[in-house]
Write a protein that binds this ligand. Structure first.
Ligand SMILES: CC(C)(COP(=O)(O)OP(=O)(O)OC[C@H]1O[C@@H](n2cnc3c(N)ncnc32)[C@H](O)[C@@H]1OP(=O)(O)O)[C@@H](O)C(=O)NCCC(=O)NCCS
Length: 174
């Protein structure tokens, strides 16, 4: 799986200083604040990696942020932990994702999520993890992700997971 074909004129690139981050508005304050004020600093500190989708006139159409993390064995569902050691387990985290309000409803959110999952899959060939985790900012975001087979973690309705085996199976489909 080589990656998602974004519409002509759009380019996915790593976040950097010269992009107009402060103009980004997806309608969700905490997601905006992340991109405007924290994403670049966290990337510089190697805490997370952010890719931004630039349109033909250098406006940020969307973005996503990936990070690594750990989830305790006891927080994961039975289907995932069979045969796994009883300790903190490595996960990939889709930490943030947003689409500029002017571009919403044009499938860019789905395309960014597909590319984020491709990135996780590729990274997982080198640095293994047991699941991809997403923390949802609200019920609408949760509905968006659940369309992609993400399931609730037991006892944590706003934390969703996608097992690595499911991710590998998905890669033939996106
Ligand atoms: C959620 C978000 C990324 C979706 O982006 P988008 O480009 O508008 O979505 P798409 O056009 O790719 O829509 C794909 C599907 O998701 C649905 N969808 C879109 N936005 C949705 C939302 N906020 N909640 C639930 N479903 C949504 C669409 O109806 C569409 O479904 P369909 O294929 O059955 O028609 C965008 O609305 C956004 O940036 N929201 C604010 C930030 C946010 O909530 N981020 C996620 C948590 S970090």
């Amino acid at each position: 799986m080589s990656g998602v074909a974004f519409p002509p004129g759009f380019q996915l690139v790593p976040i950097h200083q010269s992009q107009p981050r402060r103009k980004f508005d997806c309608g969700q304050t905490d997601v905006n604040d992340w991109l405007r004020t924290k994403a670049l600093q966290h990337q510089d500190k190697r805490l997370s990696a952010t890719k931004v989708l630039m349109d033909h006139s250098d406006v940020i159409a969307g973005f996503y942020t990936l990070a690594t993390g750990q989830v305790d064995f006891s927080d994961l569902p039975e289907e995932l932990i069979r045969k796994l050691p009883r300790r903190a387990l490595p996960v990939a985290v889709i930490a943030w994702l947003g689409v500029n309000h002017e571009y919403q409803g044009q499938k860019l959110g789905d395309q960014l999520l597909a590319q984020a999952l491709c990135d996780c899959y590729e990274a997982g060939k080198t640095f293994s993890f047991v699941a991809v985790i997403i923390d949802c900012v609200n019920d609408r975001a949760k509905t968006f992700y659940q369309r992609w087979d993400f399931k609730e973690l037991p006892g944590n309705p706003y934390r969703l997971f996608l097992g690595s085996t499911t991710l590998s199976a998905m890669m033939g489909q996106i």
